[in-house]
Every structure is written in structure tokens, then in C-alpha cells.
Write a protein that binds this ligand. Structure first.
Ligand code: DGY
Length: 326
């Protein structure tokens, strides 16, 4: 079990009450930021100095500068997110610092939101809501806000068939969609049970009515979806992104939505978050959300608790439950 000599744990945001209670059970000193949305870079660089553990957010950039500021005491960086593109994992490894993330606890919440975006964009829910609120006179008519029939044989293309991609596939199966996905090493039996067909990306783009992105952001997936891929998707098709913004070339997407190259998009993440490409803001056929994929109450608690547990374990000299391998 833990010893009181293990060094200070710094949390770069104000934790929820439940997470705070968990922190109080730790034997070593804990410091927490006051703001639930996190710290400025300057605050974090100052507060991390001398810490043995850092529990941080996906908005915290953990790079050589931050590691230098922390100094040699730092042993673990526990990200409260499954995505860890904000962390220079190689730089951490070179200094013997463990990096952890929060896989498995946010799959259902994120897939719920991705499916909400799929339905909202396919059936033009947000556009239609704005229309009713506008006060413009209307009555039922055959061509009012006509969109994509989701459960009459529409095809969902999943790019990145990991845990969240599979959770998305389970929802699509319940809606009787045909499901195709890019090749995955981990999907296995469940993919077969859900009847998922594997296709290379270009074929998936041509085949799918809705393309939903669930891959991590890596150098290989940056701008995976650009002008050419959007052209392959074709008119009437829908793009959903709940993964990471830079996977999509946002300027190319805005142009494709404006000129009808594709039909609609649902975005929970942005290329230069929290900035949103100004052309997207002006378009009616895109639904824009502020990165709330995992924002279920219980999910957020589970994410914080897992991050804290990773930090606790490493400080106690135990293996981290969910390490990120460089
Ligand atoms: C993650 O965990 O990477 C998500 O983006 C947070 O919602």
C-alpha cells in the first residue's frame, strides 16, 4: 500500500466532489487548481514544479517545457481522457515518466453523442429547430426538411473500430444500418457478431451514407479526411467527428459543406480547438458541439477516478492500471 513519502500530486483542474473525496484518501500532499476548466499555461508550469504526479486535462500540453518545469520528481502524467495527443509520450518515456489515459470508461457516452450527431445531421434536427424558432409561417409539406432515412438500409462507415467505434456499431445495429469499417486489429469477434464488413478507407468513403470518425489523432491520421476524401463521400453524405479535430481538414470540410460536395456534418471536435473555422459557423448544414462526447455525469466521474487511481498506483510503486505505451 502507499507510503506517505511519495511526493505531491497536482491536479490541473478543480475535481468533482467525488474525485475530491478520492484525493483526500491519498497519503501524500495534493494540490488542485481552483477552476474546473483548468489552468493557464503559466499557472500549470508554476504549480507542477516539484510535483511527483500530474493529473491533467486534454487541454494541457505536456511537452518538454512542462517536464522541465516539473523537474526530476515527476513520475506520472495521468491524462483525464482516452486521447493523449496532448502529451509528448516519447519525451515522458525518455525521462522515465509513466503516462496513463482513461480507456473503457467513456465509450458508451461518446458513442451516444456520436449517434446523436448522426441522427441530428441526417434528419436535420438543429436546422428544423432553428426554423420553428424563427417564427416563419409553416405547415406540413412533403419537402420540409427532408433528410437521410437512417434505419431503412443506410450505411454507416466507421473509421477506427476500437472500443468507441464498436459502441457506435452496436447503436447502428439497433437501427438496422449496414455497417462497414476500416480494418482493425482489435475488433475481432464482436465485429463479426455485429456483421461489420471491413473496407479500405477509399471504398468505405464511397459506400457510406454516414462516415463516423473514431480513430486517435496521430501523424498518420492528421487530415485523414481532406478535399479528396470528402469528394469521394459524395452529395447527401454525412460526416460525424467525435474523435479529434485535426483528423479533418476543417477548411476543406467547410468548402465541401458550402458547395454540396457532402450533405452535412456533425462535429464535437475542432482542428484548432476551441476556435472554430469561421466558414463553418455560417453554415446551416453542420451541427457544432463544444467537445462534450464524454460529458455524462457518471462518465466524467469515472474518468477522474481512473486518472487519480493511475496516479495513486504509480506513487505507491504499483503498476499503473491503464498505461499508454510509447
Ligand atoms: C477523450 O477522452 O479523449 C475525449 O475526447 C474526452 O471527451
Amino acid at each position: 500500500m502507499s507510503t506517505p513519502t511519495q511526493g505531491r500530486l497536482h491536479v490541473s483542474f478543480r475535481p468533482s466532489d467525488r474525485a475530491h473525496q478520492a484525493l483526500e484518501t491519498l497519503p501524500g500532499p495534493v494540490t488542485c487548481a481552483a477552476d474546473p476548466s483548468g489552468q493557464t499555461r503559466a499557472e500549470l508550469l508554476s504549480d507542477v514544479r516539484g510535483a511527483a504526479a500530474l493529473v491533467c486535462l486534454l487541454t494541457d500540453r505536456v511537452d518538454a517545457e512542462l517536464l522541465d518545469a516539473a523537474g526530476p520528481s515527476l513520475r506520472i502524467v495521468a491524462n483525464m481522457a482516452v486521447g493523449h495527443d496532448n502529451i509528448d509520450v516519447a519525451a515522458c518515456a525518455a525521462r522515465g515518466i509513466t503516462v496513463t489515459n482513461t480507456p473503457g470508461v467513456l465509450d458508451e457516452a461518446t458513442a451516444d453523442l456520436a449517434f446523436a450527431l448522426l441522427l441530428a445531421t441526417s434528419r436535420r434536427v438543429v436546422e428544423a429547430d432553428a426554423f420553428v424558432r424563427s417564427g416563419e409561417p409553416w405547415s406540413w409539406r412533403p419537402d420540409l426538411f427532408v433528410g437521410l432515412d437512417v434505419s431503412s438500409g443506410a450505411t454507416l462507415g466507421i473509421v477506427g473500430l476500437g472500443r468507441i467505434g464498436l459502441a457506435m456499431a452496436r447503436r447502428a445495429r439497433a437501427f438496422d444500418m449496414r455497417i462497414v469499417a476500416t480494418p482493425s486489429r482489435s475488433a475481432g469477434e464482436e465485429a463479426a457478431r455485429l456483421g461489420i464488413e471491413t473496407l479500405p478507407l477509399p471504398d468505405l468513403l464511397v459506400t457510406s451514407d454516414v462516415v463516423s470518425l473514431h480513430c486517435p489523432l496521430t501523424p498518420e491520421t492528421r487530415h485523414l479526411i481532406g478535399a479528396e476524401e470528402l469528394r469521394q463521400m459524395g452529395p447527401g453524405s454525412v460526416l460525424v467527428n467525435t474523435a479529434r479535430g485535426p483528423i479533418v481538414d476543417e477548411a476543406a470540410l467547410a468548402a465541401a459543406l458550402a458547395d454540396g460536395t457532402i450533405g452535412a456534418a456533425g462535429l464535437d471536435v475542432f482542428e484548432d480547438e476551441p476556435a472554430v473555422h469561421p466558414d463553418l459557423l455560417a453554415l446551416p448544414n453542420v451541427v457544432l458541439l463544444p467537445h462534450i462526447g464524454s460529458a455524462g455525469r457518471a462518465t466524467r466521474d469515472r474518468m477522474a477516478m481512473l486518472a487519480i487511481d493511475n496516479a495513486r498506483a504509480v506513487l505507491a510503486g504499483e503498476p499503473a492500471p491503464t498505461p499508454v505505451h510509447p
